[in-house]
Design a binder for this molecule. Sequence first.
Ligand code: KMT
Ligand code: NI
Length: 179
Amino acid sequence: MRAYYFDNLPGDQRLLHDSGNHVEDKVLHSLGVRYWHIPIDAEGQYEKSVDAVAEERGYKNRDVITITKEGLGDLYESKLKSFYEEHMHEDEEIRYILDGSGFFDVREHPTDSWIRCHLGAGDLMVLPAGIYHRFTLDEKNVIKAMRLFKDEPKWIPYNRGAETDVNPYRAEYLQTIAV
Ligand code: KMT
Ligand code: NI
């Protein structure tokens, strides 16, 4: 995983948009973002490592999503559009990348800068409930990811607006990252 400030220039969302400014781990940590790299080995040891993280953090359920034109069919364009709308969830967003790559952009607080995280196979990322974020494929146009979740899936994306700014999960998130 590589993290840097998004350049905010117009153009294809799938391009790097690298401003050249690296983001240190401690910045992501201070935003409540958690990250592990668990290489996908032929022997399947990675499954045990993912299980261990899931056990420790109480992720009881999981599924696998493949984001490609073929994988999503008719939903492809609309899904990609909604993934890239700035939004938050009332639960953690946990993704373990099995194949391919993509960008998770997270909002720094209080600067509101976009931090672009480039994830590839073996990267496991947890976005805290309440953080504003978005997702896009990169130029390779393929990502396969395990989605983990605590209990029932709470996939509802709340697009950023006046209502999310007063969402209790957002408020709680801001409390947890306050120094
Ligand atoms: C989401 O919620 O943004 C997604 O599931 C898309 C990314 S999963 C690699
Ligand atoms: Ni999301």
